[in-house]
Design a protein around this ligand. Structure first.
Ligand code: NAD
Length: 358
């Protein structure tokens, strides 16, 4: 049986790295039927939108997608396609494994952390009031009338909302993930000592959910302390679950611990639906040069195989990628310890395929 998977090449370096990932996935012995769906800057002219409805329909139908990065113009232009996809499909958990593979240039060894980030609310919900608008003035009046504090007239607002529903489903997801992948501990991040009604709620819900999983250890950490602990001794952490903003920052920190964005895979998961994509962006300055690292998308493909229940193929592909990293010959510039050039994107795929055949 072939799996129907939506393949979104994306823009910038996206098409190059997703093509490399598609090639290695095909060589695992698992059969795929790729449903190609185009989104991003390159389709704006043709469809008048960077996210045509047909892309969403394809993911809704197939329930699984492999996606390359998509550019978000800064300041003007269209809003983030990546955020729109997560919202439209209610992909509420962002999963970012951060693991050191021997041979990767990194200051750390034996790191194996999974960051689970809440993907739909918190400061990223996009509910904002611009300085000087009547809405901002109304909000300032409400704050003054309810004696919550003094707010300067020239303030702008980005609201931080954390719900019980949103917290419960993402924390439960983290614990279920721990059970499925035989992990031992979940650490919840927060700043509940200061933000009692948002982070405090997240923490209270996390503690409650932890009661349902006696087989998995639970602890919590205040986010600033966590940043220090992660840099000092990352090996003490297993699964981390966090509200949106902290999760975003901490997952990049963890990617830095294990060798950078070139080897940081990811998945955005909802109920019965998942989009697998690297943590990195479209790196426009490298587009078309075929020199960037495809391993982050390949490792996202490993996650996809596990999600599909193809554990044998997932292990085989991960081993092949790890072998290429350890050998250090067929790797891109970002993996070179001596600042030498490295090979091109397709050559990395060739080397992985060669190992899959062994
Ligand atoms: P980026 O991840 O695209 O690139 C930052 C730097 O990281 C690059 O200049 C490069 O040096 C390095 N890098 C990234 N991917 C690499 C790879 N595969 N191999 C080797 N080196 C790699 O981040 P950015 O420059 O901040 O963002 C560029 C665009 O991508 C923006 O428009 C941003 O909004 C978008 N973006 C998209 C996604 C997504 O699609 N999910 C995620 C992050 C950023």
């Amino acid at each position: 049986m072939a799996y129907n998977v939506t393949l979104i090449p994306g823009d910038g370096i996206g098409p190059e790295v997703t093509e490399a990932a598609r090639r290695v996935l095909e060589e695992t012995g698992v059969a795929f039927h790729w449903d190609l769906a185009y989104a991003g800057a390159d389709v704006m002219d043709k469809y008048g939108t960077p996210l045509p409805e047909s892309v969403l329909e394809s993911v809704r139908k197939n329930k699984v997608a492999l996606k390359g990065p998509i550019t978000t113009p800064v300041g003007s232009g269209f809003r983030s396609v990546n955020v729109a996809l997560r919202k439209e499909l209610d992909l509420y958990a962002c999963v970012r494994p951060c693991k050191t593979y021997p041979g990767v240039p990194s200051h750390y060894r034996d790191v194996d952390i999974i960051v689970v980030r809440e993907n739909t609310e918190d400061l990223y919900a996009g509910i904002e009031f611009e300085k000087g608008t009547p809405e901002a003035a109304k909000l300032i009046r409400l704050i003054t009338e309810t004696k919550r504090g003094n707010v300067r007239e020239d303030s702008g607002f980005s609201l931080k909302m954390i719900s019980e529903t949103g917290s419960r489903r993402v924390v439960r997801f983290a614990f279920e993930y721990a059970r499925t992948y035989k992990r031992k501990k979940v650490t919840a991040l927060h700043k509940a000592n200061i933000m009692k009604f948002s982070d405090g709620l997240f923490l209270a819900v996390a503690r409650e959910v932890a009661q349902e999983y006696h087989d998995i250890e639970f602890e919590d950490r205040i986010i600033d302390n966590m940043a220090m602990q992660l840099v000092k001794r990352p090996q003490q952490f297993d699964i981390i679950v966090a509200p949106n903003l902290y999760g975003d920052i901490i997952s990049d920190l963890c990617a830095g611990l294990v060798g950078g964005l070139g080897v940081a895979p990811g998945a955005n998961v909802g109920d019965g639906i998942a989009v697998f994509e690297p943590a990195h962006g479209s790196a426009p300055k490298y587009a078309g040069q075929n020199k960037v690292n495809p391993m982050a998308v390949m490792l996202s493909g490993v996650m996809m195989l596990r999600y599909l229940g193809e554990t044998g193929a997932a292990d085989k592909l991960e081993e092949a990628i790890a072998g290429v990293i350890a050998e250090g010959k067929s790797v891109t510039y970002d993996m070179k310890q001596d600042n030498s050039q490295g090979v091109g994107t397709p050559q990395v795929a060739n080397a992985v395929i060669e190992r899959l055949g062994d």
